[in-house]
Write a protein that binds this ligand. Structure first.
Ligand SMILES: [Zn+2]
Length: 150
């Protein structure tokens, strides 16, 4: 099962400009609610190389301050990615506030110790949006460097 794979502390999250833009667009159009989705790709030399970004519906009861991905939908997306030969790498979501993990996010990061990308959607112009990557690992929260390739 792909979720049970060994996940290192990532040195870097690598993604293309077009996947970066795709996530910013989810954040922009979801505002003032939180937008969310799933990250797929490969682990190469302790780097998370993102190859696909799948937007999902935010089914949280209060989507202005939380996000929730329906488990059945999540599972269906996982199966489809696995069939394409991609591994589950993590989750992205937007905050109509600063791009730092909320206390609720932190609880889930402890359960899912993979890549968490958070996008600040407060300013709706994509070029002014701030995107950060985090990982909870060995009882600590780490900022992971984001590298955007062209
Ligand atoms: Zn959050």
């Amino acid at each position: 099962m792909i979720l049970a794979m060994f996940v290192p502390l990532f040195e870097e999250v690598v993604l293309t400009k077009s996947l970066h833009c795709k996530m910013l667009e989810v954040a922009r159009k979801s505002y003032p609610l939180e937008g969310c989705g799933v990250l797929f790709g490969h682990i190469e030399n302790n780097k998370a190389v993102i190859r696909d970004v799948v937007e999902t519906e935010n089914s949280a009861e209060n989507p202005t301050v939380r996000f929730y991905i329906d488990p059945e939908l999540f599972y269906a997306i996982l199966i489809s990615a696995e069939e394409s030969g991609l591994e589950f790498l993590g989750i992205f979501h937007s905050h109509p506030a600063q791009p730092n993990p909320s206390p609720w996010d932190l609880e889930y990061m402890k359960l899912h110790q993979n890549v968490w990308i958070i996008i600040q959607s407060l300013n709706r112009e994509q070029e002014k949006m701030n995107m950060k990557a985090f990982q909870w690992y060995n009882e600590n929260l780490f900022d992971i460097k984001l590298k955007i390739t062209y």
